[in-house]
Write a protein that binds this ligand. Structure first.
Ligand code: ZN
Length: 300
């Protein structure tokens, strides 16, 4: 069985024409439900985290602003999303979704959160559609409770995981690796423990070399007991915000490469969704489904 973590209130209400696909979370779950993989899926629903718990990764004042809707105009622009009670609620749920995915991976070897990967969220502000940083939240919670000693955050979203890198900058229980497009957002990069910047229009052939090099460097420098894998699909050639040229086959190969790498080394891995931008909801769901399919095929 492969654990899928989802929640009926994950979707984000947005005005028409917004770059972010409002229904991408339910679209992915609906697509997966119609697949053969539903037979071997164990579906879990996370509970809402409280403000005190979220403050393990964030400034309490910022957490308060999200809870009570007091972000100003400028802060909402930076976030790229308008505050709403629905957005606030789903943000408190989604951090716990990644934590639940991590705990499930520790138990079964792998698990898939059908949301998460909000890596542009910083200690005291949200940016790039990311309210709370589920990766830092999960890593800091699990190291605090001593459930895990060392956590690797392996981020393959096309954008750099700047929020995660900054929040975990001086934390030696975590290792952050980001493989991203050099010229893409965020324009001022943070320092991850390992950054691999890619040139525009890179195809799977070029990408694979950097990916394998990144994977090997991570375990040469660090001994993780758990991996949080940000499987952003905005590396795809047709992504609206990506600058790379990875095709469907390459995307699936990436998921197989990453998951196989850690499975072979017996290191549990929790996957989170990350970014992906398209006007075609079905295509986007199909791209995000790759990592779940790969998990089912490898752990079958
Ligand atoms: Zn992204």
């Amino acid at each position: 069985m492969i654990t899928w973590i989802t929640h009926p209130e994950y979707d984000i209400p947005l005005p028409p024409g917004h770059r972010f696909t409002s229904t991408k979370f339910s679209d992915l779950f609906e697509l997966l439900k119609k697949s053969e993989y539903i037979e071997s899926a164990n579906i879990l629903v996370p509970e809402k985290a409280n403000a005190e718990q979220v403050a393990i990764a964030h400034c309490s004042k910022y957490v308060e602003k999200i809870a009570n809707g007091s972000l100003d105009e400028k802060e909402q622009r930076r976030l790229g999303l308008r505050w709403s009670p629905v957005l606030a609620k789903r943000s408190f749920i989604a951090v716990n979704g990644s934590l639940l995915a991590a705990r499930s991976a520790l138990q079964y070897g792998v698990s898939c959160h059908l949301a998460g990967g909000t890596h542009h969220s910083h200690f005291d502000f949200g940016s790039g559609f990311c309210v709370f940083n589920d990766l830092a939240f999960t890593a800091l919670t699990l190291t605090k409770t001593k459930e895990v000693k060392n956590i690797l955050i392996f981020d393959c979203d096309v954008h750099q995981g700047d929020g995660t890198a900054r929040i975990l900058e001086n934390n030696n229980r975590t290792f952050t690796c980001s493989i991203h497009s050099s010229k893409n957002f965020p324009y001022r990069k943070a320092n991850s423990d390992l950054d691999i910047g890619l040139e525009d229009n890179m195809s799977w052939f070029g990408y694979k070399k950097h990916l394998v090099e990144g994977l090997n460097k991570c375990i040469d420098r660090f001994s993780p007991d758990l991996v949080l894998y940000v499987a952003g699909v905005d590396i795809h050639a047709n992504d609206k915000l990506g600058r790379l040229s990875i095709d469907d086959e390459g995307l699936f190969e990436r998921e197989m490469t990453v998951l196989n790498f850690f499975k072979k080394r017996d290191i549990p891995i929790a996957t989170v969704m990350g970014g992906g931008y398209s006007d075609d909801n079905n295509e986007l769901a199909y791209r995000h489904a790759n990592v779940v399919k790969a998990a089912h095929q490898i752990w079958a």
